[in-house]
Design a protein around this ligand. Structure first.
Ligand code: S3P
Length: 195
């Protein structure tokens, strides 16, 4: 992948907290997160994978056996731990930031990156597997559309927004990196995290 090495250097020398990818199912958080971690040469974690490892069960099995509330509680704890553990890249499950405590911790302790995509793209990408319990009981299109309505106001609070619907992965990764660099330079020149 071709990335501007000056940009990478500039980010790496300033990176003092993790990058956390948020957004709906099927937008490519894990795939893009792995690539970002690779180009920045930092660790990568996926909150769903960490929950699965801790439970010894898949996300679907946790939903089936113990219910969504139990999964959400594990998700909150796993993300809290990951935020404390490393300054790399963390991909979160689509519903993670709907827990206000998790949303607050992500806002305070990381740089949140909202990965978004068109509804049709999400439908197509999520239809490739049956790993998503929330899409099993009904029409995926209306379920996703309903979740978008509730979740977008929360995702929107991330300082960085990137659309992954179209274009080369390399360009999407470069777009994220460019926005991170701008954010960090603004912080450094005293314009603050939200300036
Ligand atoms: C969920 C998204 C999934 C997973 C679980 C619930 C959600 O992760 O955490 O199935 O509530 O949107 P991905 O966003 O990685 O698909």
């Amino acid at each position: 992948m071709s990335v501007d090495q000056d940009k990478i250097f500039s980010i790496r020398t300033r990176l003092d907290r993790p990058l956390v990818l948020v957004g709906m199912m099927g937008v490519g958080k894990s795939r893009l997160g792995k690539m970002l971690a690779e180009v920045l040469d930092v660790p990568f974690s996926d909150s769903d994978e960490e929950i699965e490892r801790a439970a010894g069960l898949s996300v679907s099995e946790i939903f089936e056996k113990y219910g969504e509330a139990h999964f959400r509680d594990g998700e909150r704890r796993v993300i809290k731990r990951l935020l404390e553990q490393h300054k790399g890249v963390i991909a979160t499950g689509g519903g993670a930031v709907m827990n206000p405590e998790t949303a607050r911790e992500i806002a305070n302790q990381s740089i949140a990156v909202w990965i978004k995509a068109d509804l049709d793209v999400m439908i197509e990408r999520t239809s490739r597997t049956d790993r998503r319990p929330l899409l099993k009981n009904g029409d995926p299109k209306s379920i996703l559309a309903g979740l978008m309505q509730v979740r977008y106001p929360v995702y929107e609070q991330a300082p960085i927004h990137v659309d992954s619907s179209t274009g080369e992965t390399e360009d999407i990764v470069n777009n994220v990196l460019g926005q991170i660099q701008i954010l960090m330079e603004r912080e450094e020149t005293g314009m603050g995290r939200n300036g």
